[in-house]
Design a protein around this ligand. Structure first.
Ligand SMILES: [Zn+2]
Length: 494
């Protein structure tokens, strides 16, 4: 976590603009842009996160004494991180080097580890966190002691642990793990990487930043998930994953500021978010006392489970179906929906969501052409679809399409030639039509006074109803909801 030097941007005195400026709301699943079902597969992977590993990595990073950007020991830390990545079995681990902008003779190293995707390797998820540290204040000498256990040994540990857990898990898309250098002087490592990625045209679907994930003051385990509004879908997805697979209580913010490594990715137009402790570690932040003893390692491990689950989702979820086309269907109250399947070979089916008026319904199908029935004829319906695969990953929803269901006279709720309503002989009414036809019958006398009003359902195809009325001439109206039939009824007293 970098202190944003807001004083450079404004001559008006402002409140401190570190993380304390953040405002979060507890995530409300009812407003989520992404609702996902529980997946036993995802749970089995996130459960592989070990708080022993997370704690051991933080302790090892602290034991470098300092990881201040201009020291020898930050170089040693980069070597150790690189060796850890390789020990997990990754072939592609390298340093991205750059001169420190404030001291160009100091060469900085981002540590990069690439896990290639198996289906669409050109699509990338970046998981990152900075590994440098700093201390300020009385008695602080960052060249000697800057333990940075929480800031950001914890996030670096999270990057390492997600890399360890996912090492042998096949993913459709590429995941790139990056431990960033020189964050504390101004996000230089992440800026170097994000600018380079953008210059290469790299297709980064999401950058997940972990910065200060180790401190919780009590046993109510909030987690802060923050990004910009463009990344709202992914922020909501992260919150859903926190709810489903961890004991964390997600708090979300769709605004953020340039105080950590997600920012350069947002600045390059990528979607990005930061995971961070929600009770901010004020007392030890950038202090000599930012040591592992002040942290709650099982809490940190929960945040790492969240990062792992989120990366797994983004790296494996199918693309949504495309080219949705909705047209009136073959029968009354129906719509024909067709779409093009996504490229992933393991797609098993589609969840169609359709909304008519205030009613929303879903339908599961394995076909790319489906007739949706039982809709109200003539009333527009909004439809969208998402794909799901054999492991239980769902795509994002497709774009919506609108269609109006076929309006054809047929079926039990509509009058048709097969439905009859007549007075075949004096004193009785005859209803003929499919069993189950519902309607209401109202009979008026010749002066317009209502004599009978009743609702009924046809229990057989022909129903004869005697009318207990005085002799005379009446008018009967049969209302079946969409059409009104009238007949003249004559009652003759015997
Ligand atoms: Zn910091």
């Amino acid at each position: 976590m970098w202190i944003w030097p807001v004083i450079l941007f404004s001559v008006i005195p402002l409140a401190p603009r570190g993380p304390e400026a953040r405002t979060f709301t507890t995530f409300d699943p009812a407003t989520s842009l992404e609702v996902i079902p529980y997946s036993p597969y995802v749970d089995s992977i996130t459960d592989l996160v070990s708080f022993d590993s997370v704690g051991a990595y933080i302790l090892r990073l602290q034991n470098f004494q300092t990881r201040y950007s201009f020291t020898d020991s930050v170089i040693q830390a980069s070597e150790w991180i690189s060796a850890k990545f390789q020990s997990f079995g990754y072939d592609s681990v390298y340093f991205q080097t750059f001169p420190h902008p404030e001291n160009p003779s100091s060469i900085q190293r981002n540590v990069v580890c690439v896990k290639p995707g198996l289906i669409t390797p050109q699509e990338v998820i970046v998981i990152g966190g900075h590994y440098d540290s700093v201390v300020y204040g009385a008695g602080a000498n960052p060249y000697v002691w800057a333990p940075g256990a929480d800031d950001n040994g914890s996030g670096t540990s999270g990057v390492l642990e997600t890399a360890r857990v996912l090492a042998n898990i096949p993913t459709d898309r590429t995941i790139i793990f990056v431990a960033f250098a020189a964050e504390e002087q101004g996000l230089y490592g992440s800026e170097t990487y994000a600018d380079w990625a953008a210059s290469q045209g790299m297709d980064i679907l999401l950058m997940i930043n972990m910065d200060m994930i180790g401190y919780e003051k009590d046993f109510v385990w909030f987690v802060a998930i923050e990004g910009n509004y463009a990344s709202r879908s992914e922020i909501d997805l992260a919150a859903e994953i926190a709810d489903l697979y961890t004991s964390l209580i997600p708090q979300v913010s769709y605004t953020t500021a340039p105080y950590s490594d997600h920012w350069p990715f947002l600045a390059n137009g990528y979607h990005a978010l930061m995971l961070e402790e929600s009770d901010f570690n004020y007392n030890n932040w950038h202090r000599n006392t930012d040591i592992i003893d002040s942290l709650r390692i099982p809490y940190a491990a929960q945040v790492v489970e969240l990062a792992t689950g989120l990366a797994l989702w983004i790296a494996n979820r199918p693309d949504p179906p495309t080219d949705l086309s909705a047209t009136p269907g073959p029968s009354s109250g129906s719509i024909l929906l067709t779409y093009t399947p996504p490229p992933q070979p393991d797609v098993e089916g589609y969840e169609i969501t359709y909304r008519q008026g205030g009613t929303t319904d879903t339908l599961i199908t394995s076909d790319t052409s489906v007739v949706i029935e039982g809709l109200q004829p003539g009333v527009p319906v909004v439809l969208k679809a998402r794909a799901f695969d054999a492991l239980g990953f769902y795509s994002v929803p497709s774009d919506s399409v609108i269609a109006t269901p076929t309006q054809v006279a047929e079926g039990p709720v509509l009058p048709s030639p097969s439905l009859r309503f007549e007075s075949p002989r004096p004193g009785v009414l005859l209803f003929a039509g499919p069993v189950g036809t519902r309607g209401s019958l109202t009979v008026y006398d010749i002066s317009g006074r209502q004599k009978i009003h009743t609702t009924f359902t046809l229990k057989q195809t022909r129903t004869v109803v005697p009318l207990r009325l005085k002799q005379g001439v009446y008018f009967a109206i049969w209302d079946v909801g969409t059409q009104i039939l009238r007949t003249k009824v004559v009652v003759i007293q015997r």
